[in-house]
Design a protein around this ligand. Structure first.
Ligand code: NAD
Ligand code: 6OH
Length: 488
């Protein structure tokens, strides 16, 4: 049994763990327990919310926007200095390749703090000069104030990236947060607490409570009367449950939820670029990115070529130890999640899919067989009516489906209740713009995938979410506007 603890953070201090309330932190590469996580009870969640309220009512409320921006920049610098600790913590929780944690997760955490230092401190405030019937005037101007105590609930797939995507703008706008990381990936949220304190964030402006959803810290937090809003990234089912919990007190929510994202490959696409892009978009992070492509629609004349080249690329992926330079692909996050993904492998087989590659569980040896490994998988022979083509799988798997015309491709891609992301692959510029705009999604890429400018709106439609974050859209969520009208 390990004696390492992952702690809650309340009022600027790490909380001594309670031996009676813990759950294991498990390394997904081999199933080994590497730490115990202190599960916050309702009382500790209450203390965290009170600490956040006290911070809001205390000196933190008098920090200027410029001082908050300086703090965010110091935090970015400090994460860079302690980058290898963040990498190690993220890799321990997720099993992802070390190089990927460095290049994507930790680098984006730094970028999130730097970007929102600029964005939040430059947020504009609308004003209008109103002409009155008697010839007089009134000046209307709006001032922004923090939303208040914000509950931040995040998932396990990109834990630090998605946490800082919310915490940086929330703090930049002067809020106090109570964070509930995923029970699968608790480490980096607690490490961030240390860094924020080192950088001078007042006690209570950032708190962490660990635990699960229903009947645990997540549920206690979203039902707490002391919170002023909820920003949530996770599954559509959990989003629905949280919305219900928050509804009784009319609090704003920002939801970034699941996806069932399409790629559309036209016969004029640059196939080298397309195959490299599809390989990333289907298999990055073992398919555990909300933006990952799970449906690949391919124009019929290039279908066989695209299929065989994508299969070769999938077979070139290397599953293995996170620290090995050759490793491209880690395990899934948990045994339960692998069971879910495997149930779709089974459902695809039952629906008569042709398994182009993969379809099962690999044998890796080298001490890895206790982990949650799974084979990268591609299918053909399914249609939009089949469950593996309708439900979000959230694993390294996609289906290839042929189409004949542009209109047919658009119809097939939009035939889903989700609406997060799409990627169009074509060298025809007009078609690229045309099709990208016709996608019913929040994020539509042409000849690329997961290319992000943090000033642009990010979010989804339908089952994929409510609201947009990024740039001024984050500022809009994390602030309230008060309009002042002065008759002149
Ligand atoms: P999840 O919904 O199971 O859990 C997300 C978080 O919510 C966790 O911290 C969990 O403990 C908490 N939670 C669960 N039930 C709760 C409740 N009733 N009240 C309060 N909190 C509760 O999601 P997951 O399995 O961790 O992540 C995978 C899902 O997240 C996928 O559906 C994926 O598409 C989605 N996701 C979306 C985006 C996006 O930006 N759109 C980004 C990443 C992940
Ligand atoms: C989902 O898994 C990825 C979400 C990505 C972002 O929120 C982002 O800002 O890039």
């Amino acid at each position: 049994m390990t004696d390492r603890w992952i702690r809650n953070a309340v009022a600027g201090r790490l909380v001594d763990p309670d031996e009676r309330r813990s759950f294991p932190a498990i390394d997904p590469t081999d199933g080994r327990v590497f730490a115990r996580v202190h599960e916050a009870d309702a009382d500790l969640v209450d203390r965290a919310v009170s600490a956040a309220r006290a911070a809001l009512d205390g000196p933190w409320s008098r920090w200027s926007a410029a001082a908050r921006a300086d703090l965010l920049r110091r935090v970015a610098d400090r994460i860079e200095q302690r980058a290898e600790e963040f990498v190690a913590a993220e890799v321990a929780d997720t099993g992802k390749p070390v190089a990927e944690a460095r290049r994507l997760d930790v680098a984006r955490a730094v970028a999130n703090f730097r970007a929102f230092a600029d964005i939040a401190s430059r947020a504009d405030q609308p004003s209008f000069l109103t002409e009155l019937p008697d010839g007089g005037q009134a000046l209307n101007y709006a001032v922004r104030s923090p939303l208040g105590v914000v509950a931040v609930i995040v998932p396990w797939n990109l834990p630090l990236l998605l946490l800082t995507w919310k915490v940086a703008p929330a703090l930049g706008c002067g809020n106090a947060v109570v964070v509930k990381p995923s029970e699968e990936t608790p480490s980096t949220a607690t490490l961030l607490a240390e860094v924020l304190t080192e950088c001078g964030l007042p006690a209570g402006a950032y708190n962490v409570v660990h635990g699960f959803g229903p009947g645990s810290a997540g549920d206690f937090l979203v039902r707490h009367p002391g919170i002023d809003g909820v920003t949530f990234t996770g599954s559509s089912a959990t989003g629905t449950a949280i919305m219900r919990s928050v509804a009784s007190r009319v609090r704003p929510v920002s939801f970034e939820l699941g996806g069932k994202n399409a790629a559309l490959v036209f016969d004029d696409a640059d196939l080298d670029l397309t195959i490299a892009g599809l390989t990333r978009s289907v298999f990055a992070n073992t398919g555990q990115v909300c933006l990952c492509t799970e449906r690949v629609y391919v124009q019929r004349s290039v279908f066989d070529d695209v299929a065989s080249r994508l299969v070769a690329a999938a077979q070139g992926l290397r599953l293995g130890r996170p620290e090995a330079a050759t490793t491209t692909t880690g395990p899934l996050i948990s045994a339960g999640h692998r069971d879910k993904v495997l149930s779709y492998y089974q459902a695809a087989a039952e629906a008569g899919a042709t398994v182009l590659t993969g379809g099962g569980v690999p044998t890796l040896g080298a001490g890895l067989d206790g982990g949650w490994w799974i084979e990268p998988t591609l299918w053909s022979g399914l249609t939009n009516a089949d469950r593996p083509v309708r439900d979000e799988i959230f694993g390294p798997a996609a289906v290839l489906i042929p189409f004949d015309t542009e209109d047919e491709a658009v119809t097939l891609a939009n035939d889903t209740e989700y609406g997060l992301a799409a990627a169009v692959w074509t060298t025809n510029l007009a078609r690229g713009h045309r099709v990208a705009q016709r996608m019913r999604v929040g994020v539509s890429w042409v000849n690329t995938w997961f290319l992000r400018d943090l000033r642009s709106p990010f979010g989804g439609r339908g089952l994929s979410g409510i609201g947009r974050e990024g740039g001024e859209f984050s500022v809009d969520f994390y602030t309230e506007l008060t309009n002042v009208c002065v008759q002149i």
